[in-house]
Design a binder for this molecule. Structure first.
Ligand SMILES: O=P(O)(O)OP(=O)(O)OP(=O)(O)OC[C@H]1O[C@@H](n2cnc3c(O)ncnc32)[C@H](O)[C@@H]1O
Ligand SMILES: [Mg+2]
Length: 178
């Protein structure tokens, strides 16, 4: 099966490859598409929309991808915590079904959160704070904030796993629960 990941970020492609683990006989390729949302999505709805747009646009690219996968990173205020969290969503579509899954939520340190609330993008802010380049293409904020317990690829794999669920089981199409 021909699977396209709607991004030029190698971490996202690696996350999809790893989550699939050879299932569906998948051949996974990078397909850079527009997310159709802000560079830094704010809130669950905008982040999910970005993931879905990417997945749909891969399918509609006309390059014969049977499955389109979209991954989107966002930030969200989480009620009751006073904190701004890094969130991530994945969407997978075959043109008919849309699978969706989320990754972990990681609280952003307040100085980082303040800059994001003021309109900056997380990627460049993390680069600045860590004094490194392209953190979002490597360990990511997840790696930095957890001291490497998980990295961005692993975090995204969790989201992809949930989004793949309708395509790797029949729980969602048969009436398993009567
Ligand atoms: O090329 P694309 O696919 O757009 O990949 P991206 O790294 O820009 O990822 P997103 O657009 O999905 O993420 C939106 C913003 O959040 C940043 N971001 C998301 N997760 C991150 C992480 O783990 N570490 C650093 N920045 C992250 C990212 O760099 C963007 O500035
Ligand atoms: Mg981006």
């Amino acid at each position: 099966m021909h699977v396209g990941v709607g991004s030029g970020n190698p971490v996202k492609v690696a996350a999809v490859e790893s989550a699939l683990g050879g299932r569906l006989g998948a051949r996974v390729e990078s397909v850079p598409v527009e997310s159709g949302v802000a560079e830094q999505p704010f809130g669950e709805a905008e982040t999910i929309a970005g993931a879905e747009n990417r997945a749909r646009r891969v399918r509609e690219s006309g390059d014969g991808y049977e499955l389109g996968v979209g991954l989107e990173g966002g930030v969200a205020e989480v009620p009751g915590t006073g904190g701004l969290y890094l969130i991530m969503w994945a969407a997978v579509t075959d043109g008919e079904t849309m699978g969706r899954g989320a990754g972990p939520r990681l609280r952003l340190p307040e100085p980082v959160a303040r800059r994001i609330r003021d309109g900056e993008e997380l990627g460049p802010v993390m680069d600045d704070v860590l004094g490194e380049d392209d953190v979002a293409k490597k360990q990511g904020a997840a790696g930095a904030l957890t001291d490497g317990i998980i990295d961005r690829q692993e975090a995204l794999e969790q989201a992809v796993a949930g989004a793949l669920a309708p395509f790797v089981t029949d729980f969602y199409t048969s009436s398993v629960v009567e």
